[in-house]
Design a protein around this ligand. Structure first.
Ligand SMILES: [Fe+2]
Ligand SMILES: [Fe+2]
Length: 325
């Protein structure tokens, strides 16, 4: 029996399909995905697959050498990278690299901070992976899935900008000018939001159902966040990534901490470790961005403020009022 789709309403899914051009699953990642299923395949085959997609391979090599990857040696070739990282990590990073390639033409957009967007995605992915490593209960995400979900959680914004151009820039401007959440403006203007677009994208890519769910509900409703560890992992990582530039304290910290305790069974100490790690990741991602902006790196891979327009969003505990359509 076919599985019930996760997207909230067929009408929304149809609208997304009609109005937007969603990129296909990247070929390089597809080849690596096939290799993952083959016990006889190894890193040599993975390197060969990436060499057939040189632009993605080159970008992936730069990502792998970024400071936040914390590798002991500098990777100087795709073969070397494949040996050090292994097929699973290559697969996850290839999705990120391919999406960056897909939307490379948006780099330098004067109104949309794509570098900040990627920085926020990377930081969210690293925090989500840290949370997933600490949660051992059912219905969570594997660390690798959490990383992918973090990288892709706001990919809908890239699709929207690419397909709708100035109309989407207007929506972003309106959210900033009126100090309203971006997803509220998106919903009002388009009948769907970036979470629907992102969820539809990964649904079409046949990524695991929990990844689709986590992306679909990372801004609520709160029912989904508090009842689904996979959703909370991404929603919490999203909030931590936005907020860790300011010392995360007071009521916000205690709300996030109590959500983590209630749903992910994280002790206050473990939650504190996640925040410390997030600060360290942030410093490395930011340093990487400075290199990229100075021209020492050609690929934007970090951001100045953790991701731009979502920074005023309420924390997940306040999401009760924010019902996605
Ligand atoms: Fe978002
Ligand atoms: Fe986000």
């Amino acid at each position: 029996m076919p599985m019930k789709p996760l997207m909230p309403r067929n009408q929304v899914r149809n609208l997304v399909d009609e109005r937007l051009r969603l990129p296909p699953f990247p070929d390089a990642a597809r080849e690596l995905h096939v290799l993952l299923q083959d016990p006889k395949a190894g890193t040599r085959e993975a390197a060969e697959a990436l060499e057939r997609a040189p632009a993605v391979g080159a970008r992936l090599l730069q990502l792998a050498n970024a400071g936040y990857m914390k590798l002991a040696t500098r990777l100087d070739s795709i073969a070397h990278m494949a040996d050090v990282l292994g097929v699973r990590t290559l697969h996850d990073l290839a999705l990120q690299a391919a999406l960056m390639e897909q939307y490379a033409h948006l780099e330098g957009d004067s109104e949309f901070d794509i570098e900040g967007q990627w920085a926020h995605a990377i930081l969210t992915a690293l925090v989500a992976r840290g949370l997933a490593r600490r949660f051992h209960g059912p219905s969570g995400l594997r660390p690798s899935e959490a990383y992918v979900a973090g990288i892709l959680h706001d990919a809908g914004k890239l699709v929207l900008l690419d397909c709708l151009g100035d109309t989407y820039r207007d929506a972003q401007r309106e959210a900033g000018d009126r100090r309203r959440s971006l997803e509220a403006i998106e919903g009002q203007r388009f009948g769907f939001t970036h979470v629907h677009v992102g969820a539809r994208l990964v649904e079409r890519w046949n990524l695991p159902r929990q990844v689709v769910r986590a992306i679909c509900f990372h801004h609520g409703p709160s029912f989904e966040i508090v009842n689904n560890p996979a959703v909370l992992i991404v929603a919490l990582a999203d909030q931590i990534a936005y907020r860790c530039s300011n010392a995360l304290g007071g009521t916000v910290r205690s709300r996030l901490q109590s959500l983590a305790a209630r749903v992910l069974h994280l002790t206050p100490e473990a939650f504190g470790e996640v925040l410390v790690e997030a600060q360290k990741h942030r410093a490395l991602v930011t340093a990487d961005l400075r290199l990229a902006r100075s021209g020492a790196l050609s690929v934007p891979s970090a951001g100045k403020n953790g991701g731009g327009s979502d920074r005023d969003f309420p924390d997940p505990a306040e999401r009760t009022k924010t019902q996605v359509p």
